[in-house]
Design a protein around this ligand. Sequence first.
Ligand code: HSE
Length: 379
Amino acid sequence: MTIALLGCGVVGGGVLEICSSRSDIELRYVLVRREKPELGDKAVFDIDTILNDKSVDTVVEVMGGLSPAFDYVSAAMRAGKNVVTANKHLVAHYYCELTQLAKENGVAFRCTPAVGGGIPWLHNLERVMRLDKVTAFSGIMNGTTNFILDAMHTEGCDFAEVLKLAQELGYAEADPSADIDGLDIQRKCIITANIAFGCCLLEEEVPVFGIRCVTAADIAAAESMNRVCKMLAFGKRTENALSVYVEPSFVPRGELEAAVSTNRNVISFETELTGKESFYGQGAGRYPTAYNAVADCLDIQGGVNRFYTDIIQPAKPDNSAEKHPYYVRFAGNDAWLDELTVAPCGDGVVTGDVSVSEMHAWAAKAKSADPSLFIAGII
Ligand code: HSE
């Protein structure tokens, strides 16, 4: 097969390296913004060179962001080229448009590296959906936040210092707010929910609370309950509702997620026939992510010619039936929180059962009174 790479950063460099040792993939072009002499005659600056070359059958987009990635990927599909992307923002934001375009143009659209880095999570989700119904999924889907929380628990590291290290290791997004505010994991959660439940969720409707404000005292609070603080994504389908949300969670020691260290991810699905299956591995970084991008190309070469699902229906998450206790650290006075509190806990309190929708709605407002507010579900 003949491919063109759009972008040549951390992941793109990995794709280039892996492809250079293969005889079954010719990487003909690399679209770059600036001169890169090491690319020789592969470097191109105009997307039209790629679009007009009929010998390019597959475009691998690793430039990130929405623009110009959306225009380039759409144009590639219209030109009859298969698309592989590691860009979760692009896929979550333009899910309906891109899946529709792929269908209309009869091309493959794959994004396995976009969720779980090196874990073939979407590939396995597609595989189980051929004969079973996914009822729920959950897991650690962001390497940077897991790296930070793990270092705070195990080595007492300072938040800012360990975030800097995650950036140096190439785990964090170009703007790491996407990691620490939970947007990166929210996007991965949306892509997973859309595929697993045949829906098309809007980013603004999936509640998310990040770890930007987590402190050593919050980590100590989790430890005092014999739990570990983890950033988790959740999705569940019942007969009447679809629950999808992202929040820090205090997970009991002994549970699978509690044992996941460094930048690793673990993601599980539950199905009607097979029960629970979990997928574990490196969730971020050059080679793991590049590996899944190249593996997607090989799947296309082997005959895969579509997206992971054909079912795409607009839906709205409803998290009102999902209830559990929360740890809340809030510096103001609040009657609703006082009413819910069952015990003090370090710098914060522990509440009784409260619905995810109510807690996230309260937290969104309470942040203006206390910008360093932190909440975590106790599961
Ligand atoms: N910033 C992302 C993470 C990269 O830390 O998981 C992989 O998607």
